[in-house]
Design a protein around this ligand. Structure first.
Ligand SMILES: [Zn+2]
Length: 219
């Protein structure tokens, strides 16, 4: 098993081991500890690390893909089989249960870029479609929607500028969960807090919002 290990020296007393969602093994080590010691430490934790890496691999986040045939690609909460092929035209499309990646070469970076373009193009369309429908329903209209890769939030609403920002990673989630996030942010245009009045307002337009919220935060 190839492990990507990143060692950072810090003013600490003990070794700290962490694994992030990209399967990188992060070691924080005191300045005075030798590399041999660190390597032995990693070796002693190998079984645990392997288990964690397996868990991350099975997480529904597409993070560990190489875009090769036989892998699974998650899009809008559904799993598709990746079919990768060489083609003069770069493109991705979904047909039946398959996610096709047509790329001029078989390199990860080329395919990754093609897949990112596919995701952004589709998200742009999906977000603005859902947003315009929900805005009409609620009677509140954001000025713009931005897509960002955010670490800890699914969406945010700037009440002053009336801009809504949505997390790029929502492309992994089912439509009903995306609808919930967008409605949530639209409702913030009138209620800039999470008090009861806000949730009552959300529920008025989406009585099943609690179920959708659970779907959003699953895995
Ligand atoms: Zn909120």
């Amino acid at each position: 098993m190839i492990m990507k290990i990143i060692i950072t020296r810090k003013k600490i007393k003990n070794l700290i081991l962490k694994i992030n969602d990209n399967s990188e093994i992060l070691i924080s080590a005191p300045y005075y500890v030798s590399e041999v010691y660190i390597n032995n430490f990693i070796k002693s934790k190998e079984d645990w690390i392997k288990k964690q890496l397996e868990v991350i691999k099975n997480k529904n986040n597409n993070n560990n893909l190489s875009y090769n045939n036989g892998e699974e690609f998650i899009f809008l909460g559904k799993k598709y089989n990746i079919i990768s092929d060489i083609s003069l035209i770069s493109k991705c499309f979904i047909q039946n249960n398959n996610f096709y990646i047509l790329s001029p070469d078989n390199l990860f970076n080329t395919k990754h870029k093609i897949v990112q373009d596919f995701i952004i193009k589709n998200l742009d369309f999906i977000f603005s479609d859902i947003c315009s429908k929900l805005s009409q329903k609620v009677g509140l209209f954001p000025k713009s929607i931005k897509i960002r890769d955010m670490k800890s939030r699914w969406g945010s609403c700037n009440i002053k500028t009336k801009n809504i920002t949505l997390n790029y990673r929502l492309y992994l989630k089912p439509i009903e969960a995306i609808e919930y996030v967008i409605l949530h942010e639209i409702c913030h245009l009138l209620y800039p807090h999470h008090q009861k009045s806000f949730w009552d307002f959300v529920a008025k337009f989406m009585p099943d919002y609690k179920i959708r919220k659970k779907i959003l935060n699953k895995s």
